[in-house]
Structures are given as structure tokens and as C-alpha cells.
Design a binder for this molecule. Structure first.
Ligand code: 4AZ
Length: 240
């Protein structure tokens, strides 16, 4: 995050994973991230709900599910789900001396994902958070969480991006025309949430970071909702 503020309270739905990307908890055992983060990793850790990059609730993931329509040339449908080894909402352990199972809430919660294609509207203040670089010259994630408010642009995304670079049905532009405040490397995959706490986007790409005329580009979550529903329910849905 460039030009943002240190977060003072953790977000119960936000985290990061080993490839240096952000995640959001969209179901008890499923997080959403960016497909361009890549799938192959020896490390399969996800850390949730902390102001510190290596703190919080740790889970491993057992499956990575890139969006079937992800296009790595255009970045359309830049989204991937990671299925966790267990619910992030509960810790469960076996107490040997008592010979019984214990459960405790982790304090985390899932984020609602947007289904309304007409949201967000131009000028809506959206919140984004991440462990991404705070200066363009840095190259790794930072140790503490930063956040930034970014206004949404309208669907034509007035900017210096070229004709055909932005696909408004599946992308949202958000940021400042004059630059200076933006998401950057390491923030990818993290959530963009509206004033109601609904996730409307996820950090996808940009031409550089915080450059005038090149706002951040976010995957539009309403274009993913049916796919997320399907993947979540393929694992753990009650029959209708
Ligand atoms: C990145 O490299 C990246 N300014 C993420 C977001 C933006 C640029 C680059 C948007 O992950």
C-alpha cells in the first residue's frame, strides 16, 4: 500500500499467504486471492486476522482453484480460491488428560462477497488493505498491515490505460487521478470492501503503482459470485 495508513485494528476476514499475496475469508474453509499469484508453492500457509504478516490464525491449504476463465494476458477473472485444511472460524484440539475434544472461536469471520453488478458506484469510498510494499523501490512484503481508502471510478475508468486494457464488466478501477496513493506489489489478491463491509473487488494489477493517470485495477467480485458459490457448495453446502 502506497500513501496509506498503518492499520490499528485487524480485519477478521483479511489475511495473506506464502506467495506474498493477500486473501479474504469467503467461507469458513475457503479464501479468495488472485490467480496471478500462482499456484505452485512448497509453502502452503495462510495467515488470517492479524496486523502482523506472520501472526494470526494459521491454516494450510489443501487445494488451489484458479478461476476457469482466468486469462493471463488480459488479467480477466484474476481470481483463485484456496481451500483450507480446516475451518478458520474455530480451533479444535484434543485434550489428552481430559480425553475430549475442545472447540474455541478464533474470532475470525467471513466477508460477504458482492453480487450486485451495479455496485460500486463512481465516487464510492472503498477500503483496501495489505502487506504490500509502501514504496515503489521495495521488493518484498512489509511486516505490518497498511490500509487505504480509494474512490471507485465509473465503468469507463477515465485514465491513461489503453483502449481495450480495462474490461469493466469484470474489473473495477479505483484510486486517485493524481497518483500518490495506490495498492502495489504484495497487495495482490487482497480485498476491496465498500462502506457496508461487502467485498466488491480484489487487488489485481496496475501500470506501476501510484502513477498519475494509472489507478489500481481490481477484479470485479460480482463477476465471481456464482463461481465462488459453486466452489464453496461443492465442498460444504446443505441440500436445498
Ligand atoms: C502487483 O505487482 C501489483 N497499482 C498490484 C497492484 C498494483 C500494481 C502492481 C496496482 O502485485
Amino acid at each position: 500500500i502506497i500513501g496509506g495508513n498503518l492499520s490499528t485494528t485487524p480485519y477478521p476476514f483479511f489475511g495473506r499467504w506464502d506467495r506474498g499475496c493477500g486473501v479474504s475469508l469467503v467461507a469458513p474453509d475457503m479464501v479468495l486471492t488472485a490467480a496471478h499469484c500462482g499456484r505452485t508453492s512448497h509453502h502452503r500457509n495462510v495467515y488470517l486476522g492479524s496486523l502482523q504478516a506472520n501472526g494470526g490464525v494459521r491454516r494450510t491449504f489443501v487445494q488451489s482453484i484458479p478461476h476457469p476463465d482466468y486469462n493471463d494476458n488480459t488479467e480477466e477473472f484474476d481470481a483463485m480460491l484456496l481451500k483450507l485444511n480446516s475451518s478458520a472460524l474455530m480451533d479444535r484440539w484434543f485434550n489428552v488428560s481430559e480425553q475430549e475434544w475442545f472447540n474455541a472461536s478464533t474470532g475470525l469471520s467471513t466477508v460477504e462477497y458482492n453480487r450486485n453488478h451495479s455496485n460500486p458506484h463512481a465516487g464510492d469510498d472503498l477500503l483496501v488493505m495489505g502487506f504490500g510494499v509502501t514504496q515503489v523501490s521495495q521488493s518484498v512484503q512489509v511486516a505490518e498491515l497498511y490500509e487505504l481508502t480509494v474512490p471507485a471510478f465509473n465503468r469507463t475508468c477515465p485514465s491513461r490505460y489503453g483502449e481495450g486494457e480495462i474490461f469493466p464488466n469484470v474489473m473495477i478501477c479505483a484510486g486517485y487521478p493524481e497518483g500518490g496513493r495506490d495498492t502495489c506489489q504484495g497487495d495482490s489478491g487482497g480485498p476491496l470492501v465498500d462502506a457496508n463491509g461487502v467485498q466488491v473487488g480484489l487487488v489485481s494489477f496496475g501500470r506501476g503503482c501510484a502513477e498519475a493517470g494509472f489507478p489500481g485495477v481490481y477484479t470485479r467480485v460480482s463477476a465471481l459470485a456464482a463461481w465462488i458459490d459453486e466452489e464453496v457448495c461443492a465442498n460444504s453446502c446443505y441440500p436445498p
